[in-house]
Design a protein around this ligand. Sequence first.
Ligand code: ATP
Ligand code: MG
Length: 268
Amino acid sequence: MDAGGRAEIEVRGLRKAFGDHEVLRGIDLEVARGEVVCVIGPSGSGKSTLLRCVNLLEEPTAGRVFVGGTEVTDPDVDIDAVRRRIGMVFQQFNLFPHVTVEENLTLPQRRVLGRDGEAAARVARENLERVGLLEKAAAYPAKLSGGQQQRVAIARALAMDPEVMLFDEPTSALDPELVGDVLAVMRGLAGDGMTMMVVTHEMSFAREVADRVVFMDGGRIVEEGPAEQVVGAPRQARTRDFLTRVLDPAAAAPPGPESAADRADRAP
Ligand SMILES: Nc1ncnc2c1ncn2[C@@H]1O[C@H](COP(=O)(O)OP(=O)(O)OP(=O)(O)O)[C@@H](O)[C@H]1O
Ligand SMILES: [Mg+2]
């Protein structure tokens, strides 16, 4: 936790297994209020599972998770109340296709928060403006580009007044020319002081926006620190291998079917 604030997200000894496959093998992590933490790592390293455990889309096998000081892993917790405080944006935008952009934002506010139509519409329009899409309020999602749909998905999450935002590879389904507008919206949110955990392959975004970068491999945090250190001058060989593959895929050997962690576990 940084000097100024308490931890907004706190993860202690988190483990998650699917059957006998342990996917998270003891994660400890704090995200301070207003901090932006980018999570990077190879496919299968547990990044999505970590985010999904924070908002209880997955039930941890062991360990504790706190959001805003409330233990979300407390068996007596009101899961719906917890989820209301956490905005989540996925690779697939999951907009409702049969209603307009504005209704995509107003319906959850009305149903989950009980806002009346007028208040919900006002909040919807404020947040569409925030992502630069107020003029699309009356459009249907199918008429929007992927990047615009993702910005609507971000606005929809923001309209619920979340305390923290979790992003799981929000730009990886987008054509390259649409990525910038989504990252610009996220950069703006970070500038507004939103607490954010972002799983991303966008290393330039991580370097520019993240207060801290966490590198995961094999269900563990292998390295964490300021972006310029973890991305710019990684200390661990596994981090260096990963960054070589991500930053210059042509130069790297193709990754094998086993994870780097499995190879490391076997090394003499
Ligand atoms: N619901 C599930 N049931 C069984 N295994 C799962 C489930 N969800 C994830 N896994 C396994 O857990 C491991 C970690 O998955 P996870 O999706 O967290 O990885 P990731 O780091 O997000 O990977 P990617 O970069 O490909 O998105 C993988 O081996 C995956 O197959
Ligand atoms: Mg994932």
